[in-house]
Design a binder for this molecule. Structure first.
Ligand SMILES: [Fe+2]
Length: 315
């Protein structure tokens, strides 16, 4: 195997598990693609688990439960059994420790819907879900730190691990309109268009992802935290850090060869934009001439080939 892609998935509300959406279809497609390419394991950073102080942890509970996922039928998730990757967790811990992170295993961690909801959509048959490692965030929400976590684990992409950040592109729970979800378990009806700050930040995110590659992607994703609409789009930083983890994992000079795409999108609750991004593609190590062509349309290939090579300092 050459390189696996990296995903940044916006998981949205819990309704995304039950509702039929373009984003859900894309998650399923990514799961099928992962299985077709023989992905060895999945490494996730979610938005719902952060460690205090200077710590970071890696989930290493061999038999984790799942926290409740409100506003959906429990039948959709209660029998789906997690497949934790204990060896993968130890591997991540050793790589992160070598880079200076204060990191340890958490052998009691229970999975939360930010990760299992996406995995269920990707791998509806739990027996087919590749062994999965969950890495926590650090609650200081330092953007460079989270880019470095992704960059540190990036070499695992060459071994067939699929790295995923699951957070939100526009995700401010205080600015969502919740009435339909609370009364009717319905989140997709957009009675009014999103507000301008949500549209602006959603567009900025798409522009940054699709117009930057490699180290420039890392820097641009970090720079989005200075966008005038950032604080309205992200009331707290927790749903943005997984995007920086993904950018770190997909932001090496080697990654300049592959396009980054906005693949699907679902708006919920008027102002929450669930953009689904994929950085890179599955590449074949045995063919440098055809590197990156797998799964690329001719228009994607044109975009890739037209892109100037960039030389910038790494973030
Ligand atoms: Fe969330």
């Amino acid at each position: 195997m050459g390189l696996t892609p990296v995903h940044f998935f916006s998981h949205g509300s819990t309704r995304m598990l039950e509702a039929e959406t373009e984003s859900g279809d894309y998650w399923r497609k990514c799961g099928e693609e992962a299985l077709a390419h023989g992905v060895k394991g999945v490494i996730l950073m979610g938005a719902h688990w952060a460690c205090l102080g200077d710590k970071i942890e890696v989930a290493a509970n061999p038999n984790p439960g799942k926290s409740p996922c409100p506003f959906v039928d429990p039948a959709l998730y209660k029998d789906w059994k997690p497949n934790p990757d204990i060896d993968g967790a130890e591997r991540c811990i050793s790589m992160l420790a070598k880079e200076g992170f204060n990191v340890s295993a958490n052998r009691e961690f229970e999975w939360i819907h930010d990760t299992f909801m996406v995995l269920i959509k990707m791998f509806p048959d739990a027996s087919k879900c590749p062994p999965t490692t969950i890495v926590s965030m650090n609650a200081r929400y330092d953007p460079w730190y989270h880019v470095k976590v992704g960059a540190t684990l990036r070499p695992l992409r060459k071994e067939g691990y699929l790295l995923i950040g699951t957070g939100g592109a526009v995700h401010n729970l205080y600015r969502n309109y919740w009435t339909d979800m609370l009364l009717y378990r319905e989140s997709l009806g957009q009675e009014k268009p999103p507000e301008s700050w949500a549209l602006n930040f959603r567009q900025a995110t798409e522009d940054v992802v699709t117009k930057n590659r490699g180290p420039a992607l890392r820097k641009a994703m970090i720079r989005l935290m200075q966008h005038p609409a950032y604080r309205e789009a992200q009331a707290t930083d927790d749903h943005w850090m997984p995007a920086l983890f993904a950018a770190g994992a997909a932001g090496d000079f080697e990654d300049e060869a592959e396009p980054n795409v906005l693949a699907a999108e679902t708006w919920e609750l008027r102002n929450m934009c669930n953009s689904q991004f994929t950085f890179g593609t599955y590449t074949n190590a045995s063919s440098s001439a055809g590197k990156g062509d797998m799964g690329l349309s001719s228009s994607d290939r044109k975009i890739r080939d037209a892109r100037p090579r960039m030389v910038t300092a790494t973030a």
